[in-house]
Design a protein around this ligand. Structure first.
Ligand code: PLP
Length: 319
């Protein structure tokens, strides 16, 4: 069975596990875990920010970013299929008291006009943008469009958070450093358990002052850790060994869907499609209502991609 439901299915290779076992560790809550401290310094620099905070998941990183930078009762504006709006269980309302305005966008992108026209968006509020954008099929924000949306949010006095769970896919896909987008945002999340193939882990980066406030929410949410160097070592290993190779995942996705921009191939769903694919030996996942996705990742080989492509042909599943 070729399992392309999600890149979260990627598993740590033996060399990553060895790096985890060899990690120098300490107590993270005392800020004495040397490997976690290394990862925080390195990712802050990579993302163009002063400081960074290691957290267990990208969902928690997003929720901390909202809580640390907004005022209860203020407005969150995002594209309607943004992870923070659809998959985080109402977190923005529950943890931060935010009113969510979910707007329809092309390819997961909001235009500056859409942001300008939001009457309630202002100081204490936040705009959340996602790059790559999951529910549009791993699409990359063109940098000039991203900058225009960021500027529109700042014009309104709002904070701009970038959910860059798959920012490295955007970076490799567009041939730009991750800081090109991340450096424009007030805060940015990256996830290590998708294409980077770590067991878990995420980073939130921003100003030193914001990251100090983020520590409070990290405790509040139960995300303060102890010997987290074991996990941070996996993330450091991934930065060294699993970023450039994302290009292979993108090539595999393009073999399945010529329009793939990163590691997602997308297909229109029809009744019975997923079952037919399963009978032929291919698992796909849900993208958004009416659409399925085939997501490539570390461990999916050239041969797997070829076989998946012929299965899609056989059952006439097309983008
Ligand atoms: C997967 C994902 C997250 C959450 O990541 P976890 O580490 O699993 O919590 C957040 N944002 C986007 C865009 C994602 O795809």
């Amino acid at each position: 069975m070729i399992d392309l439901r999600s890149d979260t299915l990627s598993k740590p290779p033996a060399a990553m596990l060895a790096a985890m076992a060899a990690a120098e560790i300490g107590d993270e809550q005392y800020r004495e875990d040397p490997t976690t401290n290394d990862l925080q310094r390195r990712t802050a620099e990579l993302l163009g920010h002063e400081a960074a905070l290691f957290v267990p998941t990208a969902t928690m990183a997003n929720q901390i970013a909202l809580r640390a930078q907004t005022t209860p009762g203020a407005t969150l504006v995002a594209e309607e299929r943004t992870h923070t709006v659809v998959f985080e269980m109402g977190g923005p309302a529950i943890h931060s008291g935010l009113m969510v305005r979910a707007l329809r966008g092309e390819a997961g992108r909001l235009t500056p006009e859409q942001i300008e026209e939001e009457p309630e968006l202002g100081r204490g509020g936040i705009v959340v943008l996602e790059n790559t954008h999951r529910s549009s099929g791993g699409r990359i924000w063109p940098l000039d469009e991203f900058r225009a949306a960021v500027d529109a949010a700042h014009e309104k006095g709002a904070i701009l958070h970038l959910d860059g769970a798959r920012l490295f896919n955007a970076s490799v896909g567009a041939g730009l450093p991750p800081s090109a987008w991340a450096g424009l945002a007030d805060s940015v999340t990256i996830c290590f358990s998708k294409g980077l193939a770590c067991p878990t882990g995420a980073i939130l980066a921003g100003s030193a002052e914001m990251i100090e406030r983020a520590w409070e929410s990290k405790f509040l949410f139960g995300g303060a850790l102890r010997q987290s160097g074991v996990l941070a070592a996996a993330a450091l290993y991934a930065l060294d060994h699993h970023v450039d190779r994302l290009a292979d995942d993108h090539a595999h996705a393009r073999r399945l869907d010529p329009d793939a921009e990163t590691n997602f191939a997308t297909m229109e769903n029809r009744p019975g499609l997923k079952d037919e694919l399963r009978e032929h030996g291919l698992l796909v996942g849900d993208l958004k209502p009416g659409w399925v996705r085939a997501v490539t990742y570390l461990g999916i080989t050239d041969d797997d991609a070829e076989e998946a492509a012929s299965i899609l042909d056989e059952v006439h599943a097309h983008a």
